[in-house]
Design a protein around this ligand. Structure first.
Ligand SMILES: Cc1cc2nc3c(=O)[nH]c(=O)nc-3n(C[C@H](O)[C@H](O)[C@H](O)COP(=O)(O)OP(=O)(O)OC[C@H]3O[C@@H](n4cnc5c(N)ncnc54)[C@H](O)[C@@H]3O)c2cc1C
Length: 463
């Protein structure tokens, strides 16, 4: 039995608490925000103040892998989400259909349901409206070891293992600095765009369009997302460059909707929806990874980070919750090893994180490397053409093939839903041969021209 303190009760922290408690560990969850209200799903969204999660009112979906972890660890959570109006749809990409499902929900509806189940679970203590502000550290050994957490309320909680699940705003570097520990090693990549999201309810008598993964279409100067959610709701999202001179115009509901009506991907959605929210903005989008192990070994024992606190990616591909739940599941599987060897535990946990989650971080960083250039060109009404390499041609062909070739479609779906990393799925001999045949036929790899083009977009948002 391991005594675990979890700093942060978002998706990763809540899931970790549940999975740990169901293996007999004793868990304290410290969460700076309060509990969701007792009421309807709409109340979860309208009345649950959750400022600790700045993206709470942005569009979210739980991809196949996130649902799979929940089904394997806590099927009651999925059942309870479905009873609350969360929708389950097949995990499909193009012509590829997996024997898996994904979940569509407003984030706060799904998270509130998870939280209610965690709060009822034996072996979990919740300390709400409090925060971890520092660490208790023993320096008796060669490597310092964290032995507990100091809370904002002044309380001290002893633990065999402290878990930072504080999300993208995790204060791990401050805790380390205060405790006199070396700073975690951090990589970050600014993505250079921001999100605008609005939620809608389907009008009576209308059908909600089919949600697809990928849920977006990329224009040169913006990306548009359409995604179903719980209880006949859906979200429409636009991402644009933080340098776009028209960025403020699009926050006006009339401009936002005029633009979405002009994009073929979102037009059928906007026709059937009545707005049920304001337009929420989220900026400062980045990819960030923090490590507390270097080539010399762990800087400290007795503490690990999971979910967004450890590594988070630009959410365009909706990977965050899946990664957080995979992390939580692994933590629960190995937590019994922490008390006897707190330093070795950090080392092996870090290695697992690099091996199993690092690939999703690395591929996102590579995909985003040219996104700033694409948007910069798009603002000028130009098209950015990435360098033509065999790898870029293969990737473009894989994307196009997936829409009507079942074998490639299944590989793409396994990647999109985080069941297999791209190198493994597309490196499969049959899949690769299908993509190479497509390339050999000399079919066009270029994207169709933007509709609306930049000029029309500018006219639309200034009209
Ligand atoms: C615009 C946008 C859209 C997204 N869309 C998707 C999507 O469609 N699908 C998907 O899978 N992912 C999506 N994500 C990513 C997803 O939101 C995150 O990956 C996920 O929430 C990470 O879970 P977490 O528990 O690590 O962090 P969070 O969910 O952010 O939770 C962190 C929690 O820690 C608490 N906290 C922080 N510090 C402390 C402290 N010191 N003490 C106590 N409590 C603390 C906070 O209050 C919060 O409750 C999106 C992200 C963004 C920005």
């Amino acid at each position: 039995m391991t005594r675990v303190v979890i700093a942060g009760g978002g998706f990763a922290g809540l899931a970790a608490a549940l999975f740990l408690a169901r293996r007999g560990h004793v868990v304290t969850v410290v969460e700076r925000d309060g509990a969701p209200p007792h009421g309807t799903a709409a109340d979860d969204v309208d009345s649950w103040l959750h400022p600790g999660v700045p993206q709470a009112r942005q569009s979210h979906a739980l991809l196949g892998r996130a649902r799979r972890v929940l089904v394997d660890e806590a099927p009651d959570v999925v059942a309870s989400m479905l009873a609350r109006g969360v929708r389950e749809i097949p995990a499909v990409v193009g012509a590829g259909v997996l024997d898996e499902q994904m979940l569509l929900s407003r984030r706060l509806v799904a998270e509130a349901e998870l939280r209610r189940i965690v709060a009822r679970e034996h072996g979990i203590r919740f300390l709400d409206h409090d925060a971890v502000v520092g660490l208790l550290v023993s320096t008796a050994g060669i490597v310092p070891v964290v032995t507990g957490a100091v809370l904002k309320s002044g309380r001290r909680v002893d633990a065999d293992l402290v878990v930072d699940a504080g999300g993208r705003r995790s204060a791990l570097p401050e805790w380390f600095a205060q405790a006199g520990l070396c700073a975690p090693v951090e990589e970050r990549q600014e993505c250079g765009f921001f999100y605008l999201t609005r939620f809608y309810k389907v009008k009576p008598g209308c059908e909600i369009p089919l949600s697809k993964i990928p849920a977006s279409v990329a224009l040169d100067y913006a990306t548009v997302f359409a995604l179903g959610a719980d209880n006949d709701t859906f979200s429409l999202t636009v991402t644009m460059s933080v340098n776009d001179p028209y960025r403020k115009a699009l926050r006006d509901p009339n401009c936002f909707e005029a633009f979405l009506r002009a994009v073929a991907h979102s037009a059928p959605w906007i026709r059937v929806g009545t707005p049920i929210s304001d337009i929420s903005m989220m900026s400062r989008i980045e990819n960030r990874r923090r490590r507390i192990t270097t080539s010399d070994g762990p800087m400290v024992g007795g503490i690990v980070a999971i979910g967004d606190a450890a590594l988070h990616t630009n959410p365009t591909l909706g990977r965050g919750i899946s990664m957080g739940l995979m992390h939580a599941q692994h933590l629960a599987e190995v937590a019994h090893l922490a008390p006897d060897d707190p330093v070795g535990f950090v080392e092996t946990f870090s290695a697992w994180t690099d091996d199993h989650l690092g690939v999703w971080y690395d591929t996102q960083v590579a995909a985003d490397a040219t996104s700033l250039d694409r948007l910069a060109a798009g603002i000028l009404g130009e098209r950015f053409e990435p360098t033509d390499t065999p790898a870029s041609r293969f990737a473009a062909a894989a994307f196009l093939c997936a829409s009507n070739d079942e074998v490639v479609g299944v590989a793409a779906a396994r990647v999109a839903h985080l069941f297999a990393p791209p190198g493994k799925a597309f490196g499969d001999a049959l899949v690769a041969s299908r993509i190479n045949e497509f390339l050999a036929r000399g079919e066009s790899l270029s994207r169709p021209p933007d509709v609306p083009n930049r000029k029309t977009f500018e006219l639309l948002v200034t009209a």
